[in-house]
Design a protein around this ligand. Structure first.
Ligand SMILES: NC(=O)c1ccc[n+]([C@@H]2O[C@H](COP(=O)([O-])OP(=O)(O)OC[C@H]3O[C@@H](n4cnc5c(N)ncnc54)[C@H](OP(=O)(O)O)[C@@H]3O)[C@@H](O)[C@H]2O)c1
Length: 431
């Protein structure tokens, strides 16, 4: 399709995995948008101009400073794919909005922390701030919540939002290797960052669920209010025992609303083996969305990668061309309130508890007594042979009980002489 309209000129801040994916996409398909107007990159910015890259950046004006690129009169829109909540990414996005230029970003950290302020700035100037690529990469979760479900009353969004963690947990189960060994393999093969903290510590999934929760409930994203636990403590023995009990361990991010308050959290959880989330293996992302009118929706797809993420950026560029305009987070930013966090003491869950105890009479009775005193009832119990080690692995699941009470019982069990290490407490997901 050709058009007499001048092309939309993109300033690309960040020429790493996603940035290069967008260069390839727009070089191959400048006329992808259903708007009769092509999209071309005119300027790029990165840290290292001389770095050898998989794409040729010579045709584009180079900017050492992304903020200068953002303000350049030769761009109509800034695509920010640098990353990070602070520093140059934030400054470049602010500079573009201040210069009345729309912004498309894949940066979940930035929006989870500063989303409301940036949305207010953008809305005050009437410029778009779009972020489809920030959550679930190429799988359109943002549009689904912001646009497709605007007529519903969403009560829960929960699922797998970090492909690296999902890959590591899947690979531990498949290969029988420890967390540390699988992480090292994943780093060597480029599936995990050299500094994996953001992924394995649960922070990346925390940024994403802060955004999905904000879109789902019409609130301001508030990363500081997200309870975050990573997968560093998940051991192979837990993966195996959970499997024997009919579950798989996944890093679950969830935003659940209950009246005016909400729980937004990330942490390992047991999911029944026949549940669709348990079957989303490898680097896949998958979420359930529950709405009062529409019911349950299941969305699964690639959560990262140059191709899928560039396609999500392109979808936002197409929206700019077609003129689709909505508040950044579903409602006007100046009216958004952060979700008020639920109190952990009032939450209920079923739990998986795993411990190693000395092989002597009365120990199991002491464990079950501690649970009974906390009003936590046992659903299933599995005891493995001591195999001459003198230590018996015990795993049990509880019925739904107060999370606070379960944590209290765990403290009591940990204090027993015959219990050699603090029991491992993993929630059983309610999805
Ligand atoms: N990778 C994915 O699959 C994926 C999926 C969804 C969302 N995202 C998000 O997309 C963003 C980019 O991710 P990525 O994987 O493409 O990261 P990346 O490969 O590390 O690329 C980051 C880019 O930013 C540039 N950069 C860093 N500091 C800079 C500075 N001070 N000034 C100008 N440029 C600077 C780097 O320049 P040099 O190349 O010169 O070092 C690099 O080109 C992040 O927010 C990420 O969370 C990524």
């Amino acid at each position: 399709m050709t058009s007499s309209m001048p092309p939309l000129r993109v300033g690309l801040a960040g020429v790493g995995v996603v940035g290069q994916g967008l260069v390839r996409f727009l070089e191959a398909s400048p006329d992808f948008a259903p708007a009769g107007r092509s999209v071309v990159i005119t300027g790029v910015s990165g840290r290292r101009r001389d770095l050898k890259r998989d794409v040729d950046l010579a045709p584009y004006a180079w900017f050492d400073d992304a903020v200068t690129l953002a303000k350049s009169p030769d761009i109509d829109v800034l695509v920010e794919v640098i990353g990070g909540a602070e520093g140059v990414a934030r400054h470049a996005v602010e500079a573009a909005i201040t210069a009345n230029k729309p912004v498309v970003t894949a940066n979940k950290a930035l929006l989870a922390v500063h989303g409301r302020t940036l949305a207010e700035m953008a809305e005050a100037r009437g410029v778009a701030l779009l972020f489809e690529a920030a959550v679930m990469g190429g799988t359109p979760a943002v549009k689904m919540l912001r646009e497709g479900l605007v007529g519903d009353d969403v009560t829960q969004v929960a699922g797998i939002l970090n492909g690296t963690c999902n890959f590591i947990l899947s690979e531990m189960e498949r290969s029988g290797k420890s967390f540390a060994d699988v992480l090292a393999d994943a780093q060597a093969r480029g599936f995990a960052e050299a500094d994996p903290t953001t992924d394995i510590g649960g922070f990346d999934a925390g940024h994403k669920i802060a955004l999905l929760g904000a879109l789902a409930f019409g609130c301001a994203p508030h990363f500081a209010g997200v309870e975050v636990q990573g997968i560093e403590q998940v051991e192979l023995i837990d993966i195996r025992l959970a499997h024997d009990l009919g579950y798989r361990i996944k890093l679950i991010a969830e935003a659940r609303r209950d009246g005016a308050s909400a729980t937004v959290r990330v942490g390992p959880a047991l999911v029944p083996l026949d549940h669709p989330l348990a079957q989303a293996g490898g680097a896949l992302n998958a979420v359930f969305i529950e709405g009062a009118r529409i019911g349950r929706i299941f969305l699964q797809g690639p959560g990262a990668g140059a191709g899928p993420t560039a396609a999500a950026v392109a979808a936002d560029l197409a929206d700019l061309l077609t003129g689709a305009r909505r508040p950044v987070f579903q409602r006007q930013a100046r009216t958004l309130q952060p979700l008020s966090a639920d109190r952990a003491a009032t939450r209920n869950t079923a739990a998986y508890l795993r411990m190693r105890v000395q092989d002597r009479p009365g120990v199991i009775a002491a464990v079950t007594d501690a649970l009974a005193r906390a009003d936590v009832s046992i659903d299933s119990f599995l005891q493995r042979s001591a195999q001459n080690s003198g230590l018996v692995p015990i795993v049990l699941t509880t019925h739904v009980a107060s999370e606070h009470a379960i944590a209290h019982a765990v403290d009591e069990i940990a204090a027993l002489d015959a219990v050699v290490e603090r029991p491992r407490f993993i929630r059983i997901a309610k999805i």
